[in-house]
Unconditional design. Sequence first.
Length: 268
Amino acid sequence: MNMTVSIAQMDVAAADPEANLKKGEAWIAEAARRGSHVICMPELWTTGFDWAENSRLAADHERVTERIGGLADRYRIWIGGSVLALDDDGRPANTFLLFDDRGRVAGRYGKIHLFGLIHEDEHLAPGKALCTVETPWGTVGLSLCYDIRFPELFRSYALRGARVIFTSAAFPAARRRHWRTLLRARAIENQLYMIGVNQTGGEELGADGTILYGGCSAIIDPWGETVVEAGQAAECLLTATIDLGRVDEIRSRIKVLQDRRPDLYERG
């Protein structure tokens, strides 16, 4: 089975949902024109990380969510990416929402690993559960940025049957090589497609100064090969068709998941 995916490498306007939604709609429309089944956006693509404004903006999350759902329905395309939303306790959270092509929320994942270097843990509530979603192309897993440093999460998704994992990110240019390496590692060790969508441009983080984002959004296949990859700085929309049968082919050749020894891993 094939799935056509677009990834939107984006320079996010801080605390300006209207500008970001307008830009996002143009890319969503173009992805649909290209025949994409799914488009994935980067982390916090409607707001960025403006802590001074984000509490206020999170309170308006229902309107933003409805707008994105409306775009999915209008263009008949699945849309993924993280936005500010309120969790079940009314706290702002970094939340990956996956909308189906009728505008319904098919998957919701609150980021479980919050990044202390930018004080994410001081401003946002952590997620409480992993999230896999059953789609017309099989099981997919949802993840966000810093998560990529925690291989247990991705292995858990693989064991749940995921053949594709979406990772929305705002990974900095200073650690761009980590981003590129970790995307490939997660794909190789779990024998699945990694779809990583990163921000580009920069953002002012107050006392922490300006952060420059590293781009290099990419789709990596289960053998660790690059299907498509963006450059470091420019905004762009990349589209590729991936063969999900390649996951089954590679898993049948090298039986990594079957050859695990979990009975030994936790022993002292």
